[in-house]
Design a protein around this ligand. Structure first.
Ligand SMILES: Nc1ccn([C@@H]2O[C@H](COP(=O)(O)OP(=O)(O)OP(=O)(O)O)[C@@H](O)[C@H]2O)c(=O)n1
Ligand SMILES: [Mg+2]
Length: 405
């Protein structure tokens, strides 16, 4: 048997990037041979094994044929006579379809090295279309490497979308790929690829609908809401912020696609209009609660946060309570980060000051300093405690507002 490194490890090494995990392909072996050498089978029907010591994945060279929708119905053919080239042929992109032997020689039958140099994502063969997840994979590789998509690959993806292939993806898988793409260097490039292929309109029409929606040019020199959203998202990514903050950045303006045409380019009430849209998206994609809650909160509150310095103490306290800021200060801070991204994700405002964050943190600290235990002791009637604490917090916030320099 011959063993080669394949896929991401070969690609990343050629790019000079750190290699996370190595995938191996084994040519000329049977499952029985692998087991007898101590490898452990991963699945019952899949010719993938774990190395007895390194636990890296070793897959028998295989061909695949599709006979069904989605990613059920793959007929896998693994046998000792499947060649390395045949195995590479079934893979998604030329940059992922290279192998490397023990001698270091790169086996590159589909010119992956040339595409790496040209920074192009190109499908290996028409078999690309047998797995719709590959559209999402390509999109996140675009976000990771900043590569462009070969025209023939884009055309193939458009055809796959038109054929309804994307509609068979299970939500968990879509979310998994989206989260990976959101954590890449420039997530907007994922959405650009998804949008151009038509896949975005199928998997997240709420996001796709933002393009073509105008905003007031005085607040938003970039005008287009889709473009603004991408600037906000890329800002959040450039700060290295976590997934939930990036997802909140993505979702904060979903309500703007619901603004009645006669109100445009103003977006009165887009916050309230957006909340059910964010909730519907999160429900459909089975978005985990942490991401969903921050996105809903950011959608609902971001305009109010922008006006923080004009708010009365009562209004600030209500905001803090709605956001559960006393118990969840880290999440509140993440929402403020998303609001900062919103403010700076605009042409000509890329470096605008955003004192709202420090200001709200100061008011929260002031409200937090109220000694609720002591107030409770001073209340003759227990029923009065909540109101007394609230009054004390409003007084503390009022005092903090007054000391503004
Ligand atoms: N839907 C898929 C998934 C994987 N692959 C192939 O399997 C390899 C390994 O898959 P995976 O580890 O998911 O991706 P990597 O390319 O290694 O990228 P990453 O750095 O994200 O792990 C890929 O390079 C590609 O050759 C594929 O063709 N089609
Ligand atoms: Mg990998």
């Amino acid at each position: 048997m011959q063993i080669y490194r394949v896929g991401g490890a070969v690609r990343d090494q050629l790019l000079g990037l750190p290699i996370k995990d190595i995938d191996w392909v084994v040519v000329g072996a049977t499952a029985e041979q692998m087991l007898s050498q101590g490898y452990q089978a991963v699945g019952k029907d899949f010719p993938v094994f774990l190395h007895p010591h390194t636990h890296q994945e070793y897959a028998l060279a295989r061909t695949e044929r599709k006979d069904g929708h989605g990613y059920t119905g793959f007929v896998v053919h693994a046998s000792p006579d499947v060649t390395l080239e045949e195995d590479l042929l079934r893979r998604d992109l030329t940059i992922n379809a290279m192998a490397q032997g023990d001698d270091g020689v790169i086996i590159d039958p589909f010119n992956g090295q040339a595409d790496l140099a040209a920074k192009v994502l190109r499908h290996v063969s028409p078999a690309f279309s047998e797995d719709p997840v590959r559209i999402l994979r390509l999109a996140r590789f675009a976000a990771r490497f900043g590569f462009s998509t070969a025209p023939e690959t884009m055309a193939l993806m458009q055809q796959m979308v038109a054929d309804g292939e994307v509609d068979h993806l299970v939500p968990e898988r879509v979310w998994q790929e989206i989260t990976k793409g959101l954590m890449e260097e420039k997530p907007s490039l994922m959405f650009a690829a998804l949008r151009e292929s038509g896949a975005l309109a199928r998997i997240a029409p709420e996001i796709d609908a933002l393009w073509g929606v105008p905003q007031r040019a005085d607040y938003h020199p970039e005008v287009d809401t889709g473009l603004h959203t991408m600037l906000v998202l890329d800002y959040a990514a450039a700060q290295g912020w976590p997934l939930a903050t990036r997802f909140a950045a993505l979702c904060h303006d979903l309500g703007k696609a619901k603004t009645p045409a006669d109100v445009l380019p103003r977006h009165i009430m887009h916050e309230a209009r957006g909340v059910p849209v964010v909730e519907a998206l999160c429900l459909r994609l089975r978005v985990p609660a942490e991401c969903r809650d921050l996105a809903v909160m950011t959608c609902r509150e971001h305009t109010l946060v922008h006006t923080a310095e004009q708010l009365r103490a009562e209004t600030v306290l209500k905001l803090l309570i709605r956001c559960d800021a006393f118990r969840r200060p880290e999440r509140f801070a993440q929402m403020l980060d998303a609001c900062l991204a919103d403010a700076r994700g605009r042409y000509q405002f890329e470096e605008c000051a955003y004192p709202q964050i420090a200001y709200l943190h100061r008011l929260l600290a002031a409200a937090n300093a109220v000694n609720a235990g002591q107030i409770a002791q001073q209340c003759a009637d227990k029923k009065q405690i909540p109101q007394a604490v609230e009054q004390a917090r409003i007084a503390a916030i009022t005092a903090a507002i007054a000391t503004r320099e």
